[in-house]
Design a protein around this ligand. Structure first.
Ligand code: CA
Length: 228
């Protein structure tokens, strides 16, 4: 059974989450403040944490830092629409994903399932999925081959690297900083123009309609998300 820790100080949201999660056979612990959240996390070892950033006793980002000191448990942040700096800070502190308030329960549950799935050890000795097929293109990460509509697509090493990071995080928001550091190196982090240029190239080569991308999604000010 999957155990969820809900950290949220708004009783209505807590109630809605607890009802919906229990109905889907999750075990749920709820904390209304940061101190209780850190205690419960240590005592109950949740499989995933849903974390509101605006808590009465401490900034939610401090909860992320506290958890990341000892656990890699997936953390999904709940955040108000206007505070994009806050979301970026949360992602950089080690959050895995975020959902903007007000959120749809279906969306949150989908993100939650995806986060739990990514965290599970892969059956069969760590074999990773290396072939990704969408309705428009096919990517084989191991063979470094891509094709669209049956034709080979040539990608540069940097495009491959970027594609690989996004595909290995399918469905998950990858922050601009994370992409820059993984692809260009640890001293990068603010060169978001590089990302815009290279994402445009990936879209031009792989998307059916590059001006209306369906697979390489921009989350303005945050990062990018690959959707199958
Ligand atoms: Ca709050």
């Amino acid at each position: 059974m999957t155990r969820v820790l809900v950290v949220e100080d708004e009783p209505q949201i807590v109630r809605a989450l607890v009802i919906n999660l229990k109905a889907r056979r999750y075990e749920v612990d709820a904390a209304g403040d940061a101190a209780t959240a850190l205690e419960l996390a240590a005592a109950r070892h949740p499989d995933v944490v849903v974390l509101d950033l605006g808590l009465p006793d401490m900034d939610g980002v401090e909860v992320i830092r506290g958890l990341r000191g000892w656990t890699r448990v997936p953390i999904i942040v709940l955040s108000a629409r206007h505070s994009s700096d806050e979301k970026v800070e949360a992602l950089d502190a080690g959050a895995d994903d975020y959902v903007t308030k007000p959120f749809g329960m279906d969306e949150l549950l989908a993100r939650l399932r995806a986060a739990v799935r990514r965290a599970e050890p892969v059956a069969g000795g760590g074999e990773e999925e290396v072939v990704v097929e969408t309705d428009g293109f096919l990517v084989d990460l191991a063979a470094k081959k891509a094709s669209r509509a049956g034709r080979d697509v040539r990608l540069t090493p940097t495009e491959w690297h970027l594609l690989e990071v996004l595909v290995r995080n399918t469905g998950k928001l990858v922050s601009q900083k994370q992409l820059l550091q993984e692809v260009w190196g640890p001293s990068y982090g603010t060169e978001t123009n590089y990302l815009r240029v290279y994402m445009a190239q990936l879209r031009r080569k792989l998307e059916a309609d590059p001006s209306h991308p369906r697979h390489f999604i921009t989350e303005p000010g945050m990062g990018y998300r690959f959707e199958k």
